[in-house]
Design a protein around this ligand. Structure first.
Ligand code: ADP
Length: 231
């Protein structure tokens, strides 16, 4: 298993954000995390990336416990946060060099990652000169530079125009050919397009977990299904 989540709970003061979550995610799976606002998606993602700790339970990424070996686990994870924090005054290559230095990755990897994320045509620009779609690509490039086994993306397609959406989805699908990808989204159709598996969270509980192929086989309308489970 690439990710093992056992009995993970998180409470902020009186607010239960996650209620004893259990999940196993296989190597190479692309998993879509769905749920209404406040369901607990970001909390789960923050726990998986070691950004915050759970109150109870255990997370293992590629066999290592996130609390026992946080540095090792972080080497195995690429994370694109919801608001894609970037140093916008930097040039793309300059920024990626800075990230590569943090991960102690050879600068030779930068050109490869620029190619993989389709940044070649823009590579000599400053980040603040880029469109939102290209900024997302820079965020993805930064998340991928150390060749992590697991890629975690918090709403990577929010705010993109239809063409940018298609391009970023293609990119995520392509990356998912040899990595485990878990990403949250509000775009229900997106999971059908990109994911192997869909997980729906509501009020801190997993209320559905199934293969997208099974949804399609059973001709389930994802919007109706989502509404039934979360409203
Ligand atoms: P989602 O990402 O699905 O919108 P979150 O994980 O952000 O959901 O939030 C889950 C619940 O936890 C919500 O009720 C939210 O208000 C609460 N919550 C999230 N972060 C905090 C925080 N830092 N302090 C207090 N409550 C929080």
């Amino acid at each position: 298993m690439s990710i093992i989540i056992k009995n993970i709970s998180k409470t902020y003061k009186n607010q239960v954000a996650l209620n004893s979550i259990n999940l196993n995610i296989k190597k190479g799976e692309i998993v879509g995390l769905l749920g209404p606002n406040g369901a607990g998606k970001s909390t789960l993602i923050k726990i998986l990336t070691g950004y915050i700790s759970a109150n109870n339970g255990e997370v293992k990424i590629c066999g290592d416990n996130i609390n026992e070996n946080p540095k090792l686990v972080k080497q195995k994870i690429g994370y694109l946060a919801e608001n894609n924090p970037l140093y916008i005054e930097m040039y793309i290559k300059e920024y990626l060099k800075y990230i590569a230095e943090i991960y102690k990755v050879s600068f030779q990897e930068i050109d490869k990652i620029i190619e993989l994320t389709g940044l070649n045509s823009e590579k000599n620009k400053k980040i603040n000169q880029l469109s939102k779609g290209y900024k997302q690509r820079v965020g993805l490039a930064a998340a991928l530079i150390h060749n992590p086994e697991v890629l975690i993306l918090d709403e990577p397609t929010t705010g993109l125009d239809p063409n940018q959406l298609i391009e970023i989805r293609k990119l995520i699908k392509n990356i998912g050919n040899n990595k485990t990808v878990i990403f949250s989204t509000h775009i229900l159709q997106e999971v059908e397009k990109i994911c192997d598996r869909i997980i729906i969270i509501n009020k801190g509980n997993i209320v559905d977990d199934q293969k997208v192929d099974d949804l399609n086989k059973n001709k389930v309308n994802i919007e109706t299904h989502f509404q039934k489970l979360t409203s």
